[in-house]
Design a protein around this ligand. Structure first.
Ligand code: AMP
Length: 312
């Protein structure tokens, strides 16, 4: 793709209000064009851009939202340090195929008197909900519901990197009868395995090296599972050992059923392995889906099944 010119960026409107967004999309909707929405908090990287490119390939109009949502930050310092680079984001999003960038102010999203929140029960008690407190997913669920109501897309795209968030959003969309399809796309990684994240920019060089322990732990568990290990206790112990050998003590490492997030004792079907850890004061998460598949007959293989690790 040829480099984007400043005039192309200028032609792609950055809209700041819900009224402008609705009027930009009204004609598209009337003529039956498919609208895709990619919600982001900006500081765009290849993970976000993969969602935008995917939306571009499948939808006739692509809306990207850039909004650092204060309601989902449980720590003020995390919110204050969160990287903000709107000019770069606009150029990157346009180059990846965005037609409309929705970058509202906090007051536009939460005007004076705002008093409604969306809470998804059950799923949000675990993993990130347990570690970050109930306000995190309440903030996520509320802002995503609002963005879906504002843009009224046919499809909304999210990253499997935030696997629990995908489940929460699918749940709320179903429970509230929102006429939108929720699609989850695979985690995009740096060449050395680190899951891309806007927070990676906050890591110093030493922390950047230690951060690799998260994906290394996922890989190690995948290897053991492929070799036939089925005990959750043994698999989790291996993940802890990999993290600890890099000097990383996780907030949690969990092997759970991928739809309910209930912990599992044995790997008998598809499972989600999820990790959260602080590297210095930068909080990172990562996960992998472990998929046992029926084994092809082979004298080499352990009876019953093989495991494929995958990021999807
Ligand atoms: P964020 O800006 O962190 O709120 O992320 C916006 C969207 O991008 C969410 O749906 C994330 O799950 C997704 N995302 C973030 N990092 C990645 C990644 N490394 N690969 C794929 N999707 C990602």
């Amino acid at each position: 793709m040829s480099p984007i010119t400043p005039s192309e960026v200028a032609r792609t409107s950055v809209v700041r209000t819900v009224a402008e967004l609705r009027s930009r999309l009204a004609a598209h909707r009337r003529t039956g064009l498919t609208i895709g929405l990619v919600p982001t908090m900006g500081a765009l990287h290849e993970g976000h851009l993969s969602l935008i490119r995917h939306a571009r390939a499948r939808c006739e109009r692509v809306v990207v939202s850039l909004f650092v949502n204060p309601a989902q930050f449980n720590e003020r310092s995390d919110l204050e340090r969160y990287p903000r680079r709107e000019r770069d984001d606009v150029a990157l999003a346009v180059e990846a195929g965005a037609d409309v960038l929705f970058a509202p102010s906090v007051e536009e999203v939460y005007p004076p008197g705002f008093a409604t929140s969306v809470e998804v029960l059950g799923l949000t008690d675990r993993l990130e909900g347990a570690a970050r407190g109930s306000e995190h997913f309440r903030g996520v669920a509320t802002v995503v519901t609002k963005l879906l109501c504002m843009a009224m897309p046919d499809v909304a795209y999210f990253g499997q990197k935030d696997a629990q968030q995908v489940l929460v959003i699918r749940r709320l969309a179903a429970d509230l009868n929102l006429p939108v399809r929720i699609e989850a796309l695979p985690t995009v990684r740096e060449p050395d395995g680190l899951a891309m994240s806007s927070r990676n920019a906050l890591l110093d060089p030493d922390q950047r090296v230690r951060a690799l322990a998260l994906s290394a732990a996922l890989d190690r568990v995948g290897e053991l599972a492929t070799a036939g290990e089925r005990s959750a206790e043994a698999l989790l112990a291996a993940a802890h050992a990999t993290l600890s050998s890099a000097g990383v003590s996780p907030e949690y490492v969990a092997l759970v059923e991928p739809d309910t997030l209930e912990p599992i004792d044995r790997l008998t079907g598809e499972a989600l392995l999820a990790i959260a850890a602080r590297i210095g004061d930068v909080r990172l998460i990562d996960n992998a889906t472990l998929r046992p598949t029926p084994a092809a007959p082979s004298s080499q293989r352990l009876p019953g099944e093989t495991i494929t690790r995958c990021n999807a």
